[in-house]
Each structure stands twice: as structure tokens, then as C-alpha cells.
Design a protein around this ligand. Structure first.
Ligand SMILES: [Fe+2]
Length: 257
């Protein structure tokens, strides 16, 4: 991985990004990779998504039923369980309206996230590893790089397994493209007024700050363990209502229509 420290230190074992188990064996499909230059936004904006429960509904078309963050040391984690929106089909639920997705996503340092996703769909469990990484190009642009691989399902052909992988990636791309539109048009706000569904934005930004100061200036409040679970009850109630209204208007619509 890339390590950049203006003070010239070397990475320690402690901050080494963990290896992905099984990578390189034929248990997994090939990676599908994408790179995009995002202009008009500082890469801090992508980090805000770690705590942003509500954007999963609006941007990624899923409904989080469980959402928790843990920040500790140089890692920031988001645990999420979600179900698909009945009014929109973006492909990531593999056409199963009763599917469930659980995602365990950790940033290892400021810009490299490993996300392990388990999709319970049509009686199967589809396991995906998503890498979401970026590096700054300027104060106002960054290069986003992401990719995924799927654990091959026994009994399926190579082609079918790759099909499952690329369907999932296409669904993720639809969501990412919408994230990107937001990043391009989002103004940085240092003291946002938060709603209940916004999550611990301030604590996340304190965690993120450790990567922008000299190591002797890293303070306890940037690295101390912090846990926060959002109560999704109220959000789910209003989303259910919104979905019912959309269905009454003739949804489901395809997300890329
Ligand atoms: Fe997002």
C-alpha cells in the first residue's frame, strides 16, 4: 500500500492493511476495477459517508435496518444491515425483494476501505469484498478507485459466477455515480447542523484529523475508541411511507432509467 508521511516515518506492523483471506485463489472471481477522477471536492467528503446512514436510502437505494460506527486508532468501521427498496431496482438485490445485506466496512487509515458484504438472496449467501480507496490529487480533487470480487458459488459455471459479480458491481456503480454528483456539488461545511439520522459526523472528523497532523500532535480524542449505534426505527417509518407513495405512483423504477 501507499504510505506518505512528510515526517519521513515508515509504516509499523500495527497500521499494515490486513490481507484479504482467499485472495489469489480460484475461490473468488477476478476483481472488477474502476477509477474515477473526482473534481470539485476534497476527499474529506467521501469519508463523511462512513457515518451517513440516510444517504444509503437516497443514494444507494437500500434501507439500513441496523447501523453502527466504531472508530479506534487508525481504523473507522461501519456495520450495516440493510434491505432493498421495494420501489427501486438497482440490481444489487439480485431481484429478490426479501434479500438482506450485511456490510462490515473498515477504513484502514484515511483512504483505504475494505468492505465485506454478505447478501442473503434467493436462499443463497453471496459474499463480496469491496475495496474503496482514493488519493488526493489537489485540495479540490481526488482519484477514486474501487473494485469488488465475489466468492464463487459452488455448482455455478465460471461465466455464471462472473455474471453475479458484474451485476453487483453495476449496482454499486449506479450508487457511486450518485455519490459523485453529490461530492461535486457539496460545499464543505465545518459545523453542520445535524439531524438524528446523520450519525457521529463530528467524532468521525476528529478521527480523520489524525492523518493531517504531525504524529506528536495526534491527541487521545482522535484515536480513542468510540462506538455509536443509530436507532433506525424512525427513519424506517418515514422511508416505508415514501416507498408506499412511490409504489402508488407506479414504481418500481429501474435506478438507471
Ligand atoms: Fe455513498
Amino acid at each position: 500500500f501507499v504510505w506518505h508521511d512528510p515526517q519521513g516515518s515508515k509504516p509499523t506492523d500495527e497500521v499494515t492493511i490486513p490481507e484479504i483471506e482467499g485472495y489469489g485463489t480460484d475461490e473468488w472471481t477476478d476483481w472488477s476495477w474502476n477509477s474515477m477522477l473526482i473534481e470539485g471536492s476534497h476527499c474529506r467528503e467521501i469519508i463523511d459517508n462512513v457515518v451517513d446512514m440516510a444517504h444509503f436510502f437516497y443514494v444507494h437505494y437500500s434501507m439500513p435496518t441496523y447501523f453502527k460506527n466504531v472508530f479506534e486508532g487508525h481504523t473507522a468501521t461501519q456495520f450495516m444491515i440493510s434491505k432493498p427498496r421495494a420501489d427501486i431496482d438497482n440490481g444489487t438485490n439480485y431481484d429478490d425483494p426479501n434479500s438482506h445485506l450485511s456490510s462490515d466496512a473498515s477504513y484502514h487509515g484515511p483512504s483505504y476501505m475494505i468492505d465485506r458484504i454478505l447478501n442473503e438472496v434467493n436462499g443463497m449467501t453471496i459474499e463480496t469484498i469491496l475495496i474503496n480507496s482514493h488519493y488526493p490529487v489537489s485540495d479540490n480533487s481526488f482519484l477514486l478507485q474501487y473494485g469488488a470480487m465475489v466468492r464463487k458459488l459452488p455448482g455455478l459455471s465460471e461465466e455464471e459466477n462472473n455474471g453475479i459479480g458484474s451485476q453487483f458491481i453495476t449496482g454499486l456503480e449506479i450508487g457511486f455515480e450518485q455519490d459523485i454528483e453529490i461530492w461535486k456539488n457539496k460545499s464543505p461545511i465545518d459545523n453542520p447542523l445535524l439531524s438524528e439520522e446523520d450519525g457521529p459526523v463530528y467524532q468521525l472528523r476528529r478521527w480523520y484529523k489524525q492523518f493531517y497532523v504531525d504524529v506528536e500532535d495526534v491527541t487521545e480524542d482522535m484515536t480513542a475508541r468510540f462506538e455509536f449505534e443509530i436507532d433506525t426505527t424512525r427513519a424506517l417509518q418515514s422511508w416505508d411511507q415514501e416507498i408506499a407513495e412511490n409504489l402508488a405512483k407506479g414504481a418500481p423504477a429501474s435506478a438507471d432509467a
